[in-house]
Design a protein around this ligand. Structure first.
Ligand code: COA
Length: 418
């Protein structure tokens, strides 16, 4: 890689030409057009709010007759410290954004260098976890990331109008997207505080859901509607943002956050009652949502997509395990196998009164691949399933003990993509 230089682009407001070039490189990597001038101030306010670091690789090669591309990265790698709900607390976590390598420079180890540098820095800074979303499921396992939350997309057929087992009290009001912001922040804060696996939302959610800018369309959002549900005391406990498409009489939910089941169901009943709508779509139904159970005809809901959502990487095994919330007391010894070394080691994990103690050991009969540890972390999957798949090895009684310890009563749920 002698013709590639690695550097960090300083974040300035307003955007510098280098920042613009970084943003255009991201767009090139994802097959989108360069950013229009109007998009930049929104992007700058997002990355300043998140404290995003902009790493990049630049080509030092030249083509005869072509001005050198000094400022235009051939690779981008964004990162920021936000937090995740571990079931016990909000744990600062390295969030990774905007990973691209230009087609001309792929498969030369550029991502590998940017990723290992970022994970090394994060570990030195004392972070225990890193998180990302993946465009392809084959990219990040080699860097120790495992699927940690999943998503399910659904369609609710609304003609004929759905019949509900119990009608919710009609405590819904429409507000403007701008007025809905503070309400959404308050409801999201309640959701994020109580939901294992929830990731902090980057500021781009504020930009999109306020209607200020739609990065997919590179224009202000048009037609965005916001409905707020309140509890008996008049306190907002649920918010839905949606856009109707009259061409096919559909309604697309952009965001639905609720502090509890009653608020979520009330919002669904509201969505199901909107005139001139045949179907309502939402990409992130809660895994244990009461929606289907609340309908007289559960087949009114169809699943349109199921897949991985966020991926997690444990950087520091004792740190991550002591940060986790535990529902069962017990003790188990295991080794973590991590080819990159960050999380590798052997420990005895003892949970008492919901608090973990992690003591180093010389040897253990159970070995857990670091990607499997990520998938156990929020309780997404049972350790026995991971053992059957080859990601955990050991005698079945010990794997059972591991499964009991990591099991959670509620599946993880996350409403933040990045
Ligand atoms: C994904 C991407 C960033 C990879 O960058 P890259 O510089 O080619 O990756 P590297 O050369 O560092 O690859 C490191 C390893 O991952 C493998 N790898 C990289 N991308 C892969 C992919 N999409 N599928 C499977 N393996 C992949 C490489 O073969 C290499 O394996 P090795 O270490 O065994 O030799 C690049 O292909 C890209 O920009 N894709 C389009 C945008 C995108 O999808 N970004 C990811 C957003 S989440």
């Amino acid at each position: 890689m002698s013709d590639v230089r690695f550097d960090t682009v300083p974040v300035l407001d307003p955007a510098s030409p280098q920042m613009r070039a970084w943003q255009d490189a991201v767009r090139l990597g994802f097959g989108a057009a360069d950013a229009p001038d109007e998009a930049l101030p929104h992007w700058v306010s997002d990355i300043v709010a998140d404290g995003l670091r902009l790493d990049a690789a630049f080509s030092t090669a030249t083509l005869p007759g072509v001005a050198p591309e000094l400022d235009r990265p051939v690779a981008t790698f964004g990162s920021a410290t936000l937090d995740v709900n571990t079931g016990a607390r909000h744990e600062p976590t390295l969030f990774i954004f905007d990973v691209t390598v230009r087609t001309t420079h792929r498969r030369r180890g550029i991502l590998k260098r940017l990723m290992i540098d970022a994970l090394t820095r994060a570990k030195q800074e004392g972070l225990t976890l890193a998180a990302l979303t993946a465009s392809e499921a084959t990219i990040y396992g080699r860097f120790g990331f495992g699927v940690a939350t999943r998503r399910r997309g659904v369609t609710l057929a609304t003609r004929p109008a759905p019949a509900w087992r119990r009608e919710a009290p009609p405590r819904i009001a429409l507000v403007s997207p701008a007025d809905g912001l503070a309400i959404r922040d308050a409801v999201f804060a309640r959701f994020h505080a109580t939901t294992r696996g929830s990731h902090q939302r980057p500021h781009g959610y504020t930009t999109m859901l306020s209607g200020a800018w739609d990065y997919d369309k590179d224009a202000p959002v048009s037609g965005l509607r916001v409905a707020v549900h309140t509890d008996e005391a008049g306190v907002p406990d649920g918010v839905v943002s949606y856009i109707m498409d009259e061409s096919d009489e559909s309604l697309r939910v952009w965001d639905l956050v609720a502090a509890d089941d009653a608020a979520e169901l009330s919002l669904w009943q509201f969505l199901g009652s909107i005139d001139l709508v045949q179907k309502v779509t939402w990409r992130h139904l809660r895994p244990d949502s009461p929606l289907e159970w609340a309908l007289a005809d559960p087949r009114t809901v169809t699943t349109t997509a199921v897949g991985d959502f966020t991926w997690l990487r444990v950087l520091d095994t004792p740190g991550a395990l002591t940060a986790r919330g535990w529902e069962t007391d017990g003790s188990v010894a295991f080794s973590v196998v991590d080819p990159l070394g960050f999380a590798a080691g052997t420990w005895r994990l003892t949970v008492s009164g919901g608090v973990a103690d992690v003591a180093p050991l010389d040897a253990a009969t159970v070995s857990v691949d670091v990607t499997a540890l990520a998938s156990l972390y929020f309780g997404l999957v049972d350790a026995r399933t991971l053992a059957a798949s080859g990601l955990i090895d050991g005698p079945s009684a010990d794997v059972d003990a591991l499964a009991r310890l990591f099991r959670t009563s509620v599946p993880p749920y996350n409403l933040a993509g990045f």
